[in-house]
Design a protein around this ligand. Structure first.
Ligand code: FES
Ligand SMILES: [Fe+2]
Length: 354
């Protein structure tokens, strides 16, 4: 099999929603091909260890337990600290250094659990993309998490080429206004290790999603602003009545505004874990609206999954075959180039250390 996927390791990846990690629990996650046991010990701290006991290789996540500040293997009871150091071998006083296993830097931030898969010496928590919308009372949000049978870069392509909204998401967030989607004004740029894209739609028929969110007097002007760093893609989007300045980038106080978080965590060559949230800044107390937003969000993601998993089957059958780029792929192409540059840099750094 041709290995075409470029996994970046020096990246903070979202491994889980913090709410899914109760005190004293451990969960199994695979990130960039490596199985992890992610846990919150009984004292409340989070950690991540390779999910393979240093004794006979059994994964901790098949019945292991958190005991105080250590996790215990379910097979013969070896106990490990969050550092990976083996702290206890039942029935034996001597603990050989070889019993230690790999641990990974982990941070809990913005209601998410982030893990660093690269060189621990380079893990800087200040580089974790900030996502204040989960804790800012000025925003109301809903969320989802999916495991999709697709290579992670195809999902990034999907999130940048938003012309697909006019086709895949006709009945949800796109609307039946393919012309305005196809003629959208697009600007892209790369700044260091980030790729930005803005996409403006003028005089657009409100999509079913926008129609469900508020009343409009007619057509609308929509904007989408995308900010990508490896591991996470933010989209800031919204709309105002047509002609009220929604495409000017300055009058953004009217209409509706949303913030989307797309955390894209590679699992393996053909699988991606996708953490998503959608926040709105209006009618915060309207629970029926929140439920409607959640319903449309889930339907939208389901629409993407059908396309992406079918695409992956064709892609994996012949990964060396080139993909064609169109106007809508401009930011996706920039992001692939950036990922490739970062991958080359990681490989070079690893070769120097080897
Ligand atoms: S395999 Fe873990 S204690 Fe034996
Ligand atoms: Fe989509």
């Amino acid at each position: 099999m041709i290995m075409t996927t470029q996994f970046l390791r020096n990246v903070w990846y979202v491994a889980a929603w913090a709410k899914d990690l109760d005190r004293g629990s451990l969960i199994s996650r695979t990130v960039v091909g490596e199985p992890l046991a992610i846990f919150r010990n009984e004292l409340g701290s989070v950690g991540a260890l390779e999910d393979r006991c240093g004794h006979r290789g059994v994964p901790f996540t098949v019945g292991g337990t958190c005991r105080g500040d250590v996790i215990q293997c379910p097979y013969h009871g070896f106990e490990y600290a969050a550092s990976g150091e083996c702290m206890r071998i039942p029935g034996q006083d001597h603990i050989p250094a070889a019993a230690a296993i790999r641990s990974y830097p982990v941070v809990e931030q913005d209601l998410l659990i982030w893990v660093w898969m690269g060189d621990p010496a380079l893990a800087d928590r200040r580089q974790i993309p900030s996502h204040p919308y989960h804790t800012d009372p000025a925003w109301k949000w809903t969320w989802n998490e999916l495991t999709i049978k697709v290579e992670w870069r195809l999902l990034i392509d999907n999130l940048f080429d938003l012309s697909h909204l006019g086709f895949v998401h006709r009945s949800t967030i796109g609307g039946d206004d393919s012309d305005s989607h196809m003629n959208a004004g697009i600007a892209t740029r790369r700044e260091g290790d980030r790729v930005y894209m803005t996409r403006n739609l003028t005089n657009s028929v409100p999509s079913p999603f926008y129609a469900a969110m508020t009343d409009w007097s007619g057509t609308i002007d929509r904007w989408q602003e995308v900010d990508f760093v490896p591991g996470l893609l933010h989209i800031y989007s919204g709309a105002v009545d047509a002609g009220e300045g929604g495409t000017e980038g300055s009058i953004r106080s009217g209409g509706v505004q949303f913030h989307h978080m797309h955390a894209v965590t590679p699992v393996d060559e053909g699988t991606t874990r996708y953490f998503f949230s959608l926040a709105r800044s209006f009618r915060l107390e309207d629970d029926a609206l929140t439920q409607k937003m959640d319903r449309i969000l889930r339907a939208t993601l389901d629409e993407d999954v059908v396309i992406l998993e079918a695409q992956q089957l064709r892609y994996a059958a012949d990964p060396a075959r080139a993909l064609l780029n169109s106007r809508g792929d401009a930011a996706g192409v920039l992001s692939r180039r950036m990922v490739s540059d970062l991958h080359d840099a990681e490989q070079k750094a690893a070769a120097v250390l080897a």
